[in-house]
Ligand binder design. Sequence first.
Ligand code: FPP
Length: 231
Amino acid sequence: MNVPKTIAIIMDGNGRWAKAKGLPRTAGHKQGADTIRTVALHANKRGVKKLILYAFSTENWKRPEDEVRYLCKLPGLFFNRYIKELMENNIQVTFAGELERFPADTQKVIRKAVSMTEENTGLELCIAINYGSRRELVLGIRQYAQQVANHQRANDLDEDQLADYLMIPEEIDLLIRTSGELRISNFLLWQIAYAELIFTSVAWPDFDEEQLDRCIEEFNHRDRRFGGIQS
Ligand code: FPP
């Protein structure tokens, strides 16, 4: 079985999952955080190199204050509970996004998880938080333009080099979106140029090992030609 090196997931449907059970939306996010543990452990077992999860978009600040507050607390709850297990499984935690906008304790807990796991060599679990792909591109382009203006480099940027200015430089092999919506929602626009896309109706809190294996199997049935022809 050919396992995708990089998998990105738009974790959608927490709110609807909770509503269907008569629970507050935050209960869906809590269960969704547990799904992160399940899916990260399984992706690690399958040999995935990097798993990028869309935990909080640059647009999510528009949600009700209570919900935003809860989402800011979740990384703390998650890492307090699971960091030991992530360590035992050699999983490295990283993040992508502008962390500075979060409360100091949220920032601290994420940075601590990153530094505790930085020597780990298994799966890289990258949490995209206050991340937006357009913002990522704008920041990268600004940085490049500044270097050109400072005569630190020539105006000769190519496609491979542009990736060096992004928060997430890797090409995505497989992008999954849960819960039935057929949108990309400002996630990894540059990086998914040749990704295989899978949209499943399963809500994120119900996504599990079996669902991930099904997606990997589906990926294996796709004929990836990268613009060429079948060999
Ligand atoms: C989308 O569901 C989900 C989110 C915007 C938040 C995802 C966050 C987590 C799963 C937990 C993050 C935890 C850590 C450890 C970083 P939705 O609320 O848009 O669902 P809906 O479309 O059904 O309303």
